[in-house]
Structure formats: structure tokens, C-alpha cells
Design a binder for this molecule. Structure first.
Ligand code: ADP
Ligand code: ZN
Length: 212
């Protein structure tokens, strides 16, 4: 992809949780290391899945550690001018400024690989992901497997004490009592939103479309 390009570009690996975005990011970074490229890897400080450690190694023994960053300005400051490939995991936790940063890096000739969950637990665009998807030269949207029915999963189901979490909860909830499942559109449940949509349909039925 984009072989021989003299300029940089942005590629986004999007999808639901458990869809293999990190696996794909690691695969691409490993291949960039095999190609002898100078790579820097970043992740949001909010992601502690790896206990603060996220290291990618290639078979020839080269390895890089993910540098935690808390915002796009910090990320921009950490990129070294000689870097050729910049990889960012969990980009949904970044601020909107990340869009200008990745554009600037690509303009400066770097290959930028961004992985992130594109939808929040309500099924709405998550953080800057929608904007990043619009700017990317290449997009890959991965699916997981719906834990309810086995179809391809595209949604993050937030559960609190095993029950679907209401839409009004915070978008980012780190270290809380909630858990997440990958689900398909049909099995995804967001109580408040589902009720609001039901009410809308009811009003349309009783008042006609003009009344809505
Ligand atoms: P992501 O970064 O998208 O959250 P990861 O790369 O961390 O995903 O994990 C993907 C792995 O998660 C899969 O290879 C699989 O082994 C595992 N997994 C757990 N639950 C599911 C699921 N419901 N659907 C697909 N893979 C799952
Ligand atoms: Zn399903």
C-alpha cells in the first residue's frame, strides 16, 4: 500500500473492542521494524491493559516500548524528527488536536498508523475517531464476534453489574465496576436511547411525520 510514496500518509485501524486492532497495529509495527524503519509507538495514558507496559518486538530482536501520552501536544513533542513511522494505540482517548498532529506528521513524510475504537458504548463516534477516519488515506474497520449470537460484532456493550448501562453514563470510565462485551447491532442494548427512539416512533405514529 502506497509503495514508493515520497510523502507520508495516515492509516486508521478502527473497530469494536476485541476486534484485533492492537494485534493489527503490532503486526504493522513489527513489519516496519523488519523493514529497518525508525518507529515510535504511543498509547494513551488511560489504557492500562498491559499494566503500563506495551512492548513490541520483532524476530530479529529489535523491540520498542509504547510511550504513554496524555494529550496530542505531548505526543507531538515526543516525536523525533528522524522517526519514519508513528503508531498510536487507543486513539479514541486522545483530544481532537490529534487530527492536526497526525496530518502534520504525514505532511512531514511520516507514515502514521492509528488504532482506536471508533464507537463509544452508545454507538456514537468516540472522541476524535470520526475526524481521524475522514482524514485517513486508508481505513480498515475490524469486527469482533458478538458474544450473544455469534454474528460479526460492531458495537461495544457496556454492562454494569451484568446489565446494559444507560446512555447517560460517562463516555470514558476507567477503573469502574463496568465491563464490556462485543455485540452486533441487533444484540446491542442502550436503555435510555432505545426508550427515546421508541417514544419518537410512537409520536410519529400518533401525530404524523409533520408533528415531529
Ligand atoms: P482490540 O485492540 O481491538 O481491543 P485485541 O487485539 O486486544 O483487540 O484483542 C483481539 C483478541 O481478543 C482476539 O484475537 C481474540 O483472541 C480475543 N477476543 C476476546 N473476545 C473476543 C470476541 N468477542 N470477538 C473476537 N475476539 C475476541
Ligand atoms: Zn448479536
Amino acid at each position: 500500500m502506497l509503495h514508493g510514496a515520497r510523502h507520508g500518509w495516515v492509516e486508521v485501524v478502527a473497530g469494536v473492542m476485541f476486534s484485533g486492532k492492537s494485534e493489527e497495529l503490532i503486526r504493522r509495527v513489527r513489519r516496519a521494524l523488519i523493514a529497518g524503519r525508525r518507529v515510535q509507538l504511543f498509547k494513551s495514558h488511560l489504557d492500562d491493559r498491559y499494566g503500563g507496559q506495551f512492548r513490541i518486538s520483532s524476530h530479529d530482536g529489535r523491540q520498542i516500548d509504547a510511550e504513554p501520552v496524555s494529550n496530542s501536544v505531548q505526543l507531538a513533542e515526543k516525536v523525533r524528527p528522524e522517526t519514519q513511522v508513528v503508531a498510536i494505540d487507543e486513539a479514541q482517548f486522545m483530544d481532537d488536536g490529534i487530527c492536526e498532529v497526525v496530518d502534520a506528521l504525514a505532511d512531514a513524510g511520516m507514515r502514521v498508523i492509528v488504532a482506536g475504537t471508533d464507537m463509544d458504548f452508545r454507538g456514537e463516534p468516540f472522541g476524535p475517531m470520526g475526524l481521524l477516519l475522514a482524514r485517513a488515506e486508508r481505513i480498515d474497520k475490524l469486527n469482533a464476534i458478538c458474544v450473544v449470537c455469534g454474528d460479526p460484532a460492531t458495537r461495544n456493550q457496556r454492562l454494569i453489574d451484568g446489565k446494559p448501562a444507560p446512555a447517560e453514563g460517562p463516555t470514558i470510565q476507567v477503573g469502574g465496576a463496568e465491563s464490556y462485551e462485543a455485540r452486533c447491532r441487533g444484540c446491542h442494548v442502550v436503555p435510555k436511547r432505545d426508550r427515546a427512539q421508541g417514544e419518537l416512533l410512537l409520536r410519529r405514529a400518533t401525530e404524523g411525520w409533520e408533528g415531529v
